[in-house]
Design a binder for this molecule. Structure first.
Ligand SMILES: [Fe+2]
Ligand SMILES: [Fe+2]
Length: 184
């Protein structure tokens, strides 16, 4: 099965919150790909389709996902923290927790990358490694489920409500520049 991004039109750089949300759908998609192949192949030989799916997912988590974390930690969160409003304090504590979860996710991705490369190189994984791979994918799935819910249900709507248009536009430019793109 080729990896499809989905039918929803992608957000543009004039809608930075939409872009961040689109990234979440990709994270979910590629984690689901890893979970599917892990359950199907169980550390054994990979079909061509499974191999390509694993390579694509690992590449996304190696190259794309860190940009999403930077979008939040360098482009979004500092802008929220710069707003002096007592009623935002509770939300900013959640932002601190989200950053801690990013570190946890990075550790999980690093181990998945290492085991995934081992699988691709050797053609199969020993029982201990295939068990760990499945466990890591499941753990990351759980982590992201709560993480994405807080971001999409609380932090992003708050950002859209409190950040001025000029800041949202600046965010769009930063997100585009991080990907080597010029915003139109
Ligand atoms: Fe995040
Ligand atoms: Fe996120």
């Amino acid at each position: 099965m080729p990896v499809a991004i989905g039918a929803k039109p992608r957000s543009t750089f004039t809608d930075p919150i939409g872009l961040l949300t689109d990234c979440h759908r990709r994270i979910e998609l590629f984690l689901a790909v890893l979970a599917r192949v892990s359950a199907q192949a169980r550390g054994g030989p990979l079909s061509r389709e499974e191999r390509e799916a694993v390579e694509t997912a690992l590449r996304y988590f190696r190259k794309g996902a860190p940009k999403h974390i930077a979008d939040e930690e360098e482009t979004l969160f500092p802008r929220l923290r710069s707003i002096e409003r007592p009623d935002l304090r509770a939300m900013l504590e959640k932002v601190d927790a989200l950053e801690d979860q990013h570190e946890e996710a990075k550790r999980g991705h690093a181990e998945i990358e290492q085991l995934g490369r081992k699988w691709l190189a050797a053609g199969s994984l020993a029982l201990v490694d295939r068990t760990r791979f499945a466990e890591l994918v499941a753990e990351l799935g759980n982590l992201y489920r709560g993480h994405i819910a807080v971001e999409e249900q609380e932090v992003f709507p708050m950002a859209a409500a409190v950040l001025p248009r000029s800041e949202l536009e600046a965010m769009g430019r930063e997100i585009a520049a991080r990907r080597g793109l010029q915003r139109e």
